[in-house]
Design a protein around this ligand. Structure first.
Ligand SMILES: *[C@@H]1O[C@H](CO)[C@@H](O)[C@H](O)[C@H]1NC(C)=O
Ligand SMILES: *[C@@H]1O[C@H](CO)[C@@H](O)[C@H](O)[C@H]1NC(C)=O
Length: 276
């Protein structure tokens, strides 16, 4: 019994840590190193209830949705859809246009194989998908035919015998795209990108992120709404009217010169865009 308790005490923090959720649904910087709420234009459903914007990036404060086999108890989306109550001026809904590359951010919560700080290359990543919902009602379940796959964001390299260099190479696909993981294993930022399909009908759509960490572990999901405008010009008009930047994302690795893991000549476009 004592041994069992000791094992629990050692094992639980690691298990409990490996969960996640989407914090930002329209982030300006692709493949970035550090979370900055000023670079986030839009937020998931119910974000304001958990202070996702100004709270500690690695704490969910109850904003976490892990599915099980009981959709009547654990719905696909943590909050039922209500566009009037689930978004605020401080944490608004996203605005996209067909062809836009959208960047999402999430905390890593310890779940990255990076041999600079973890002596383990076998950190699973099983599925990272973005769906759009067909219709206005939330689907019951993750296998509903109302969920249309918009993008498969790949999986991160892992395995007991992979070349360790793969684990320290960024950008990487999937959940573990978190170049500064080793600086803060729980609260470091991972980013994904997906592209709004060219044939997506203008109008308001619900999007769903699904992450399967390991086949035995139930999926994690986050839901959000976005107004899809027919053109970038129309989307820009919307963001201008709400006081947001209309610049689309830049890529961290393209704007910075990185030598031996250090940024040479640092520039931060957010200063020019949001302040200048
Ligand atoms: C890393 O893990 C391997 C295999 O489990 C072990 O042999 C080695 O001693 C570990 N190294 C460190 C620095 O913990
Ligand atoms: C977007 O993410 C994918 C992996 O899902 C990656 O292959 C691709 O290079 C990324 N696009 C950009 C512009 O970074």
């Amino acid at each position: 019994m004592k041994l069992f308790v000791a094992l629990l005490a050692v094992g639980l923090p690691a298990l409990a840590a490996a969960h996640s959720w989407i914090v930002c649904t329209d982030y300006l910087e692709n493949n970035g190193w550090y979370w900055d709420q000023a670079k986030c234009r839009a937020w998931p459903r119910g974000a304001h209830r958990h202070n996702l914007r100004f709270g500690n990036f690695g704490h969910h404060r109850g904003f976490l949705n892990k599915l099980d086999n009981h959709p009547e108890e654990t719905a696909l989306c943590q909050y039922p859809r209500n566009d009037d109550t689930e978004y605020t001026d401080v944490m608004p809904m996203a605005a996209y246009y067909p062809g836009q590359t959208v960047v999402l951010t999430h905390p890593t919560n310890g779940h990255v194989a990076d041999v600079r700080c973890k002596n383990d290359t076998n950190i699973y990543d099983t599925e990272n998908l973005i769906f759009a919902v067909d219709g206005d009602d939330d689907p019951c379940c993750i296998d509903s035919d109302k969920l249309i796959v918009v993008e498969d964001m790949g999986i991160s390299p892992y395995g007991p015998n992979i070349d360790p260099v793969l684990t320290t190479t960024y950008p990487k696909p999937g959940f573990q795209n978190a170049p500064k993981f080793c600086e803060h294993e729980r609260a470091s930022m991972g980013t994904y990108n997906f592209t709004i399909p060219l044939d997506m009908k203008p109008g308001r759509h619900t999007f769903v992120w699904k992450w399967i960490r390991q086949i035995r572990v139930s999926p994690f999901t986050t839901c959000w709404e976005a107004d899809v405008f027919a053109t970038k010009a129309e989307r820009d008009a919307h963001y201008t009217a709400t006081g947001q930047s209309t610049v689309d994302l830049w890529d961290f690795y393209q704007i910075n010169t990185i030598v031996d893991g250090q940024i040479v000549d640092p520039i931060d476009p957010v200063d020019q865009i949001l302040i200048g």
